[in-house]
Design a protein around this ligand. Structure first.
Ligand SMILES: [Zn+2]
Length: 274
């Protein structure tokens, strides 16, 4: 009996070398499905990957020879790809032994604005998720977001806000936006206060920290995005000004509460939309 972490029938075709079976039994290998969050040059022939794996969350892996034109690994280790991997567990990082592409959201590579947005989704996950902790809700969220971005049936800005808010919720950062943090008022007008992690009505906001005004429309959009499913997102539309208010809100909230510094891909994305 080979004890390895198997996470899906599509991985059945990966065959473990019999000579390695003893090591496999000692969990030297990890067989798993993963999304490629980053794929960068490591040496003349190798790539260094940041993977969001099904079984062990975010891991770093070296892909030997993946930069060679005829490499069997090349397609499976591209950014925006979901692949099945057999990873050898080294002391400091994994090494890709085998990989087979399952799904590639390759259209994101073609359109620059979609590329920047898909990259921002990946960077958010990479920066906010700790190494080595499985998180299937985040895996599904990212995979679905890339798929929706590629299909192009949803408003891309709303998809981005939905992704940010849902990721925050999964990771335990949930801005209090349904009603006033202090008195529970639901009528507004509201003012959001990043440090307080929520919104205040005009009676409860502090004179020292009055917060930033949130229009009724933007507030309604924010609470809607916190509640709806990905399918409902397809029919949602919002005026540009409300979208701008919301984008400022999520950017400040993520910056303050996660303390991970500025996102290069967000700046890149905003530059493209000017
Ligand atoms: Zn209040």
């Amino acid at each position: 009996m080979i004890k390895i972490a198997i996470s899906g029938s599509s991985l059945d075709h990966l065959i473990v070398d019999p000579d390695c079976q003893q090591e496999v039994g000692e969990l030297k290998y990890l067989q798993t499905r993963a999304l490629v969050l980053r794929s960068r040059t490591f040496s003349e022939t190798d790539r260094l990957l940041t993977l969001l794996t099904w079984d062990e969350g975010k891991v770093t892996a070296k892909a030997p020879g993946a930069r060679r034109i005829k490499s069997k690994l090349a397609a499976a280790v591209e950014l925006f790809t979901c692949s099945s991997f057999l990873l050898y567990r080294g002391k400091t990082l994994f090494t890709v032994s085998q990989a087979q592409m399952e799904n590639c959201y390759s259209n994101l590579m073609v359109h620059l604005k979609d590329y920047a947005r898909g990259l921002y989704f990946a960077e958010l996950v990479d920066r906010l998720l700790p190494e080595g902790e499985s998180n299937l809700p985040v895996f599904h969220l990212l995979q679905n977001a890339w798929a929706e971005l590629e299909k192009g049936e949803v408003d891309r800005d709303l998809l981005t806000r939905f992704f940010e808010l849902r990721l925050l919720l999964i990771l335990g950062f949930c801005p209090h936006c349904h009603n006033c943090v202090l008195c529970g008022d639901t009528g507004g007008p509201f003012y959001w206060n990043t440090a307080a992690g929520g919104i205040f009505c005009s009676h409860c906001r502090s004179p020292q920290q009055p917060g930033v005004s949130l229009s009724r429309g933007a507030h309604a959009l924010l609470t809607k995005l916190q509640q709806i499913s990905g399918k409902e997102l397809k029919t949602l539309r919002a005026p540009p000004l409300q979208q701008k208010e919301l984008a400022d809100f999520t950017a400040c909230f993520i910056q303050y509460w996660t303390d991970v510094g500025p996102f290069k891909s967000l700046s890149f994305m905003e530059e493209l939309h000017k």
